[in-house]
Design a protein around this ligand. Structure first.
Ligand SMILES: Cc1cc2nc3c(=O)[nH]c(=O)nc-3n(C[C@H](O)[C@H](O)[C@H](O)COP(=O)(O)O)c2cc1C
Length: 241
């Protein structure tokens, strides 16, 4: 399928064929492709839980408000954000960039570039992602306001803003996964109609993990897609400047 065909084929699927199981290995490959999605500052603060166990699927279906899409799913993937892992991920990215610069930058530019990444992942990212009851966000906001008086600056730096950033990046991985599944001939439906406490309980996830989306997976039944696709008129969405 071309990208255009994949995009047209992907539909939110609400009823899956019980006689058509899907290959967990193929789904895993699609999840591997999802890791190619971009993330803000390449922090990759997301994880996925690929559920194939029938007992856990039943608990998840209930946690997803017993929606038919979840009850009939052959497998499910729960995408979660892990902002709590920011220090570990920043340090891993810092180390990677050090080696990356040594491998790929001209010798005379290496040290300067390594220093830049040290500052970015060693100081800026830990400062941006740290949370403490909104206090760090307030400090960052005030700082951004002051710096912003004289030059352009990222202003979305409150703790709420940064949480949105992490969820945005995770959602890009979700979409990449759903497109990869479409290419594999499988169907999906992204769900945010779920009880996050029950989802965490079903998967044994800690409190600090946030559920981004649950994606149901399978092969659609003819009634699995609810008719034609509705989109707002394109000229209301598209603005050429
Ligand atoms: C963040 C998000 C949450 C969604 N949650 C649900 C849901 O809980 N239940 C459901 O049936 N569909 C859910 N959907 C699917 C949308 O309703 C669907 O994508 C939309 O109607 C467009 O249809 P299409 O995907 O077939 O183009 C969700 C979609 C997104 C992006």
């Amino acid at each position: 399928m071309s990208l255009q065909e994949i995009l047209n084929h992907r539909r939110a699927t609400r009823h899956y064929d019980p006689s058509k199981p899907i290959d967990p290995e193929r789904v895993k490959q699609c999840l591997q492709l999802a890791t190619l999605a971009p993330t803000s500052s390449n922090m990759q603060l997301w994880e996925c839980y690929h559920v194939t166990d029938k007992a856990v699927l039943a608990k998840l279906a209930h946690a997803c408000l017993d929606q038919l899409s979840a009850r009939s799913a052959q497998e499910m993937v729960v995408f979660v954000t892990r902002q709590d892992l920011y220090k570990r991920h920043a340090e891993a990215a810092r180390k990677f960039e050090e080696e990356n610069q040594r491998r790929n930058s001209p010798a005379e530019k290496q040290e300067k570039r390594i220093k830049k990444w040290d500052l970015y992942y060693g100081k800026v990212m830990p400062f941006l992602y740290s949370r403490c009851l909104g206090v760090w966000g307030l400090v960052r906001k005030l700082l951004a306001q002051c710096v912003g008086l004289t030059r352009p600056i990222v202003r979305q730096v409150s703790e709420g803003d940064v949480r949105v950033v992490v969820h945005k990046s995770c959602a890009l991985a979700v979409q990449t996964f759903m497109l990869a599944m479409s290419e594999a001939g499988y169907d999906t439906c992204p769900l945010e109609g779920f009880d996050s406490r029950l989802v965490k309980k079903a998967l044994g996830l800690p409190h600090k993990v946030e559920i981004n989306m649950v994606v149901t997976c399978g092969v659609r039944l003819p009634d699995g897609v609810w008719g034609d696709r509705y989109r707002q008129p394109f000229d209301e969405t598209y603005h050429r400047v």
